[in-house]
Write a protein that binds this ligand. Sequence first.
Ligand code: THG
Length: 579
Amino acid sequence: MRILLLCHSFNGLSQRLYAELARDGHELSVELDIADTVTEEAVRLFAPEALIAPFLKRRIPESVWRSVPCLIVHPGVVGDRGPTALDWAIHDGETEWGVTVLQAEAEMDAGPIWAYRTFPMRQARKASLYRHEVTEAAVAAVREALMKLAAGEKPTPLERHPAARGSWRPAMSQDWRRIDWQRETTATIWTKINAADGFPGVADTLFGVPCHLFDAWPEGRLTGAAGELIARRETAICRATVDGAIWIGHVKRAGGFKLPATAAFAAESAHLAEAPLDSWQAASWQTWQDIRYEEEGAVGYLHFEFYNGAMSVRQCQRLQDAFLWAASRPTRVIVLMGGEDFWSNGIHLNVIEAAASPADESWRNIVAIDDLAEAILRCESHLTVAALRGNAGAGGCFLARACDEVWVREGVVLNPHYQNMGNLYGSEFWTYLLPQRVGWKGARAIMQRRLPMLAQEAVFCGFYDKVLPTAGFSAQVRACAQALVADFSARIARKRARRARDEAAKPLAHYRAEELAAMRQNFYGFDPSYHVARWHFVHKTPHSWTPLTLARHRRAAIGRVGAEGFFDHDQNPPALMPI
Ligand code: THG
């Protein structure tokens, strides 16, 4: 089918649906929701058989929903309606929630039902539920809806739907979200912040300054007078509650953008007592620990829970320290687990934006992430694995590839390219790591295509090594890691030989110098594209056009980058990878 995706932004769910439906053989194009006239124009140009709205905040105009079936992906059970469905579900402590695909009509979310799925709720932040449970349910429900649509079936009116149980809920206001620090328990506060994470956050004050809170972690040991700020640790601030304490990881000050709490309140939080953890080993009590090491037999697992997968200079340096420490252990294999929602998305654009000199901070950040990638690449004592439970993008995709093996959860969406961020050239040794796997033509195609890639596609083209199922992912990672231990001697010998061969052909230092020379141009050169793109990204400015990589219906010639030669492992690489 010809399917137009209409979305507020091309978020994780939209990307996953795009990639899955393309893989099913549908012909897809995307339009961002900019204005009714633009949407009408997109429908005229593309003439879709169906429009899907995976993440849409505004009304679809009548001229559109009358002319083409418009499927709304609603993150709620059948009958639930309104703009903050998941927020309410978390707030109300629902034990089971769902996703409904309904047909758009005049009344918001009240159209007939095409398909739905349910899932058990998990104690997690809204964005995490959205990225895992909601996304999986949405893919299944959208597939069912399209099958029914193609078969000429009709959707079921809500009033007659057997599974209907929800109702209309208005947007959840800050009155509902407000925290009473003198009365509410850690569990209640945690739930409130979870229900508002990553948007809009909970309106509150820190150090007497109005701000929105995100990224909460219960604390099991520290205590203090309810409401008092009692400690800091790296990027987080700890605040006492009536029955304990809770860490606040991220904060948005009025008029600003989301930042690590200790960065948003740098001067104020400097006076708080440091509450450091004395090792990388996983703490035995509930607390905030962004980097966490666990060991099982000859395998070390390094978890790094960095909000939104963004890695600042200090986070890169600390992760490198933790990695080198892990490599000093009497183990055989190190598995880099990343975080629950993201493995890594590369350098920390928000922290860069907040720096006195964003150009200098960009440079420091790329150097720090390259140092980390190089430490992984040069590790000859251990076999290394990147295990991607969550999505990865830009530098994060290549940082993972610095490991000997990359295993990726089915359903993970990858964006192994840089140019969407103002034509960044990219670093993290991608000019070494990518062509080696997919050939020079393949590397160029991936870089220029700038589209999300599914786990299966990354493995099919040879970029990554193994897809693991979503159910039992952790157990599978452990089993595969133990299998590597069994094969350690042969593999480590091959790894060392290969590194020596590659180093003789072209030293890592050369790849790094070439990439950094190009990045220097991106940061300090005459073309400000990167700084402009970063500003828009960090400030979440509304889109004013849809990039042509997405809006195929707006391209003069569709399919400029064809599949031809995509998987050729051609020889004779150019001196500097042209993109
Ligand atoms: N029909 C049509 N367009 C739609 C939907 C539909 N667009 C997307 C929408 N469903 C997704 N669901 C909602 C439900 C309610 C609101 C937004 C998206 C909503 N929004 C504003 C608010 O936040 O308070 C109110 C603005 C408005 O009414 O436009 O209430 O089923 N055609």
